[in-house]
Write a protein that binds this ligand. Structure first.
Ligand code: PGA
Length: 266
């Protein structure tokens, strides 16, 4: 089956409101040149304080802004209550989001997020009508000691536990080797494809072959305009989660353009 590619920009803790608006506008005017069918699914995940700013630009008047979906970078699994500093799925939806990134390695590493918390978040996101982008990935130490596949397989099984096959098939997974994030070192495309195929087989095991065939699995870790074509030409890589190169409209647009070239020639 052919899966629509996704190019998602994770802005992390970067860009003030005006900067966010201007990068978003740069992506929007690029997207105006293409139909929604030609474009990959384009997603941008700004910081919480810029969500309403960018969702005003991503208006629904057919101007091109409606071709970009907005994502949260994190959320809480409860709908409201005494959780200082947290944000609920309903709040993300209210601010214009249709996706939410969860389980990013920076959240796991610096904020002690566990597989169990990520599973609760995935369930809350799906129950709220949004789509989770579930991140997984190994450290360099894990890769060197040969536990990459078992580690990722257990992260995915835990994240998807108790979720229906139907919900799994519309979810998104991002494979991000931690040693490749923000380092300029991309994972070899064939190796990223091998791991992503392995993730697809884990999805098949827990949710069936149809869900494994539909779920979109992205690669993330130092994706640049110069690396995306080779990554996108792999059989199982359905797109990219882009950090650094999504902070400037020019480089992010070039990644979208190079993705479309591969899709056209495929
Ligand atoms: P990077 O970040 O592209 O800057 O490596 C990717 C990510 O962490 O999602």
């Amino acid at each position: 089956m052919s899966r629509k590619p996704i190019i998602a920009g994770n802005w992390k803790m970067n860009l003030l409101k005006n900067e966010a608006k201007s990068v978003f506008e740069g992506v929007k005017s690029f997207c105006e040149n293409y139909t929604a069918q030609e474009l990959p699914t384009v997603i941008i995940a700004p910081v919480f304080t810029s969500l309403s700013e960018v969702s005003t630009v991503a208006c629904d008047c057919g101007c091109g802004g409606n071709k970009i979906s907005i994502s949260g970078q994190n959320c809480h699994w409860e709908s409201s209550g005494a959780y200082t500093g947290e944000i609920s799925v309903e709040m993300l939806k209210d601010a214009g989001c249709s996706y939410c990134i969860i389980g990013h390695s920076e959240r796991r590493q610096y904020f002690s997020e566990t597989d169990e918390m990520i599973n609760k978040k995935a369930k809350a996101i799906l129950a709220g009508g949004l789509i989770p982008i579930i991140c997984c990935g190994e450290t360099l130490e894990q890769r060197e000691s040969g536990v990459t596949d078992s580690h990722i397989s257990s992260q995915i099984k835990a994240a998807l536990s108790g979720i229906s096959s139907e919900d799994i098939s519309k979810s998104v997974i991002a494979y991000e080797p931690i040693w490749a994030i923000g380092t300029g070192k991309t994972c070899d495309s064939a190796e990223a494809n091998r791991v992503i195929k392995m993730i697809r087989s884990v999805v098949s095991e827990v949710a069936g072959a149809d869900a494994a065939d539909s779920i979109r699995i992205l690669y993330g870790g130092s994706v640049k305009p110069s690396t995306i074509a080779e990554q996108m030409s792999q059989s199982d890589i359905d797109g990219a989660l882009v950090g650094g190169a999504s902070l400037k409209a020019d480089s992010f647009n070039e990644i979208i353009a190079n993705t479309m070239k591969v899709a056209v020639s495929a």
